[in-house]
Design a protein around this ligand. Structure first.
Ligand code: GTP
Ligand code: MG
Length: 674
C-alpha cells in the first residue's frame, strides 16, 4: 500500500503527525455538518470515538534495563533536562513516569493511598524529592530493601526478622551473610510502612522536548532484587515502545535474553529496541561492538532496532544548544569533563562544528528518527484509515443524493412512473433482505461450528498453551505464557471478526452490481469496522470478567508474590519435612493444573460470546435495509410541488459540490502521505 512506504522510509516525523492530527479534526467537523441526518453507512459514534482516541493518544515509552545501565541518564538526555537523579540507586518497586507539563508537577502515590503533590517547584527541589523517595540511602545499600518493602506491601505490616526470614532474603536477593546485618534489617523494617513506600511517581515538567504526547517510564532495574513486579508488567504490556538499555560492553547480556524470554510478552517483542549506552567509553570499538550485538541478537531483535548511543555526549550537545560553551560545561559538570576534552579534540580533527559533532558522536541522530517513526506509524495508519472511512462516507452520500435527485426528477416528470419506480426498488430491497438471510446462513456455516476457523484456532491455542504451561520452569515463565495466551486469544477474535466482515463485504458488493442493474437501487453501505468494534467489545467484556476469575486464582496461589509463595512452601515443609525446593515444585505443579483448568474455561466462555457477537452482523444489516425501505415509503407518500422539488434538487446539488471539494482535500492528504 502506498501509505506504508512513507512509514517504512522513516520519513514521518512526530511533527507531521501533529499537523495531520489537527487537520483531521476539521475534516471530521465538516463531514458531520455535510452528512446531516443522512445515514451513509458510517457509524458516527464509532468514528467519533476513534478520533477522540487519536486526539488523546499518548505514546508510552518504557525504559528498562539492569541496575546502573544508564536508564535515567538516557531519559534525561532525551528530554534535554537533567531532572532524574542519576547518581543514586533506584531502589523502589515504584517506577517513574515522565511527561510534558507546562508547570512542574510531582505526584507520589504511596502504598497506603496517601498522595503527595508538589507543584511549581524548582528543578532542584523536584530532584531532591525524587532522590529522597526513589533511591536507597547510603546506609541500606547492603540489604535487600525492596524485598522488605514487598513484604510490607503484601502483609500490611513489618516482617518479623527471624532466621527464616533472613534465609528467604538471602535466597531471593543472592546477598550473603545477611545474618550479620540483622540490626540493620530490623532498623529498616521498623521505619518502613505503607505510608512511606511509594508505588507510583508521576513527574510533569516543561522540558524542552517537542514530543509532548510521549510518556516515558523509568523502570526499576530488571535484575533488581525482588525481580520484576506487577506494576512493571502492566506498563510493559501497555508500552508502545520498550527500550532496553544496556552498556555497550560487554555486549553479551544475560539480563536482556531473560527479559525477552521470560519477562515481556511475544506481542511486546514487536515493540522492543536495544539501546547500547556508554558508547563514548569504548568509542574506537563502537562500530565493532554494535555489529557484534546485531549478530548475537539477530534472532531476538531486528538489527535496525539496535543502537549504540552515549547519553553524556547527547547531554553535552543539549548544553551547547542552550548556549553554554564547552569550557563552561567542563567546569560545571565534572562527569562530563573528560568527554568534552576528548571529543572536542576529535571534532577539531574532523573539522566538525561543535554542536554537530556532539550529536553525531552521541548516536542519537540515528536513534531518534527511527524511534519517532516507529511510534507514530500505528496512529498514522489509524489516521489514514479514518480519512478513508470519511471518504467512503462521502461517496455514499453522493450516491444517495444522486439517487434522490433522480427520483425527484421522475416525480416531477410523471408521478405514476415515479410510483412504479419506487415500488420496483422496494421489491428489490425485499429480495435483498431474503438474499442477506441466505448470506448469513452461509456465513454461520463457515464461521461457526466444529470445523470453523475460530474453533480450529482455539483448539490449537489450547494445545499450544497446555504444553507451555506444563513445561514452564518457574513462575515468571508461567506468567509470561499466560500473558501471551491472553494476547493470542485477543488476536484470534480480531482476525476472525475481520474475516467475517470481509466475507459480507465481498458478498454484498457482488450482489450490489446485480441489484443496481435489475432494480435500479444502490445497496446501502455497511460500516463493518463499527460492527467489528461492537463485537469486539462484547467479547472483550466477557474476557475481562473471566480474566478476573483467573487472576483471583492466581492471587490465591500467590502467583506474583514471592514471599507468600515461600510461606506456603514453608507450611508444607513443616508438615512433610521436605526440602523447600521440592515444595516449590509441588506448588508449581498444582498452580499449573489450576491455570490450565481456568484457561480452558476462559476459552469456552469466549467462544460462546463470539457466537453471540455474530448476531450483530445480522442486526446491523437488517437495520440498514429497513431504514432504506422506510425512506422510499416516505418518498412515495409525500406529495411535492414542482417548486419544492426544484429547490430540493438545487440544495442536493449544492451539497454534492461541497462534498466533492472535501473529498479532494482528503485525497490530497492521502497522497501527501505517500
Ligand atoms: N559515559 C557515559 N556514562 C553514562 C552513560 N549513561 C549513564 N552513564 C553513567 O552511568 C551511571 C549510571 O547511570 P544511571 O543513569 O544512573 O543508570 P540507571 O540505569 O538509571 O541506574 P539505576 O536507576 O540506579 O538502576 C552514571 O554515573 C552515569 O553518569 C553514557 O551513555 N555514557
Ligand atoms: Mg535510574
Amino acid at each position: 500500500m502506498f501509505t506504508e512506504t512513507a512509514i517504512q522510509k522513516n520519513n514521518l516525523k512526530l511533527q507531521d503527525y501533529k499537523i495531520y492530527k489537527q487537520q483531521i479534526l476539521d475534516i471530521f467537523q465538516n463531514y458531520k455538518n455535510l452528512r446531516g441526518e443522512i445515514n451513509d453507512g458510517i457509524d458516527l459514534k464509532s468514528l467519533e470515538r476513534r478520533i477522540e482516541n487519536l486526539k488523546n493518544n499518548q505514546f508510552l515509552v518504557a525504559v528498562a534495563g539492569e541496575v546502573k545501565a544508564g536508564k535515567s541518564t538516557f531519559i534525561n538526555s532525551l528530554i534535554k533536562e537533567e531532572i532524574l537523579p542519576t547518581d543514586v540507586l533506584q531502589a523502589t518497586n515504584a517506577l517513574i513516569e515522565i511527561f510534558y507539563s507546562s508547570k512542574p508537577y510531582l505526584k507520589v502515590t504511596y502504598a497506603s493511598g496517601k498522595i503527595e503533590i508538589l507543584e511549581d517547584e524548582a528543578r532542584e527541589v523536584l530532584k531532591e524529592k525524587l532522590k529522597e523517595i526513589a533511591s536507597i540511602s547510603e546506609e541500606y545499600r547492603d540489604i535487600p530493601v525492596t524485598l522488605i518493602d514487598l513484604y510490607i506491601l503484601e502483609n500490611k505490616k513489618s516482617p518479623f526478622i527471624d532466621d527464616e526470614f533472613i534465609k528467604y532474603l538471602e535466597d531471593k536477593s543472592g546477598m550473603e551473610n545477611l545474618k550479620e546485618l540483622k540490626y540493620k534489617l530490623e532498623n529498616y523494617a521498623m521505619n518502613r510502612s505503607l505510608d512511606n513506600i511509594p508505588v507510583r511517581i508521576e513527574l510533569g515538567y516543561p522540558f524542552p522536548w517537542e514530543f509532548d504526547e510521549i510518556r516515558l517510564v523509568d523502570m526499576p532495574g530488571v535484575n533488581a532484587v525482588g525481580g520484576v513486579h506487577d506494576i512493571s508488567f502492566s506498563f510493559l504490556d501497555k508500552a508502545n515502545a520498550i527500550l532496553f538499555v544496556h552498556p555497550i560492553k560487554p555486549v553479551e547480556s544475560e539480563s536482556f535474553k531473560k527479559f525477552i524470554s521470560s519477562v515481556i510478552t511475544n506481542k511486546s517483542k514487536e515493540n522492543l529496541f536495544l539501546i547500547l549506552t556508554h558508547s563514548a567509553v569504548f568509542f574506537e570499538e563502537k562500530e565493532r561492538l554494535l555489529e557484534e550485538a546485531k549478530r548475537i541478537y539477530s534472532s531476538l531483535v531486528s538489527p535496525d532496532r539496535i543502537f549504540a548511543v552515549d547519553s553524556i555526549l547527547k547531554s553535552i550537545h543539549e548544553d551547547l544548544q542552550k548556549g553554554k560553551t564547552l569550557a563552561e560545561i567542563k567546569k560545571e559538570y565534572r562527569h562530563k569533563r573528560k568527554w568534552v576534552v576528548y571529543f572536542q579534540d576529535l571534532a577539531e580533527e574532523e573539522g566538525l562544528d561543535e554542536k554537530e559533532a556532539f550529536i553525531k558522536y552521541s548516536g542519537f541522530h540515528e536513534l531518534i528518527p527511527v524511534l519517532e517513526n516507529f511510534l507514530i506509524s500505528a496512529p498514522f495508519k489509524e489516521l489514514i484509515d479514518i480519512l478513508k472511512t470519511i471518504k467512503a462516507g462521502y461517496e455514499e452520500q453522493v450516491n444517495i443524493h444522486k439517487e434522490t435527485i433522480r427520483l425527484l426528477q421522475s416525480q416531477k416528470k410523471d408521478r405514476e412512473e415515479f410510483i412504479i419506480e419506487i415500488e420496483k426498488k422496494q421489491k428489490g430491497l425485499k429480495k435483498l433482505e431474503t438474499y442477506c438471510y441466505f448470506v448469513l446462513e452461509e456465513a454461520s456455516s463457515i464461521f461457526i461450528g466444529v470445523h470453523s476457523p475460530i474453533e480450529n484456532s482455539l483448539d490449537q491455542l489450547k494445545i499450544d498453551y497446555y504444553d507451555r504451561f506444563l513445561n514452564s520452569k518457574d513462575l515468571e515463565e508461567i506468567r509470561k505464557h499466560y500473558r501471551d495466551a491472553e494476547n493470542d486469544l485477543n488476536r484470534i477474535v480480531q482476525e476472525n471478526l475481520k474475516n467475517i466482515s470481509k466475507f459480507f463485504r465481498e458478498k454484498l458488493e457482488q450482489i450490489g452490481e446485480q441489484y443496481r442493474e435489475e432494480y435500479n437501487i444502490q445497496i446501502p453501505k455497511i460500516d463493518f469496522s463499527a460492527i467489528e468494534e461492537r463485537c469486539r467489545k462484547e467479547v472483550i467484556r466477557k474476557e475481562e470478567i473471566t480474566k478476573e476469575v483467573v487472576e483471583s486464582i492466581i492471587e490465591n496461589w500467590n502467583f506474583l508474590k514471592p514471599w507468600k509463595w515461600l510461606k506456603s512452601g514453608r507450611t508444607k515443609r513443616i508438615v512433610v519435612g521436605e526440602r523447600e525446593v521440592l515444595n516449590e515444585e509441588a506448588y508449581l505443579k498444582s498452580l499449573k493444573n489450576n491455570l490450565i483448568e481456568s484457561f480452558v474455561e476462559v476459552i469456552e466462555t469466549l467462544r460462546d460470546q463470539f457466537y453471540k457477537a455474530f448476531e450483530f452482523y445480522k442486526k446491523g444489516i437488517g437495520k440498514l435495509l429497513e431504514e432504506k425501505r422506510n425512506y422510499l415509503e416516505n418518498l412515495k407518500k409525500e406529495l411535492k410541488s414542482n417548486e419544492k422539488i426544484d429547490y430540493e434538487i438545487l440544495m442536493l446539488e449544492k451539497n454534492i459540490a461541497l462534498i466533492e471539494k472535501e473529498v479532494k482535500i482528503i485525497e490530497g492528504f492521502l497522497k501527501g502521505l505517500s
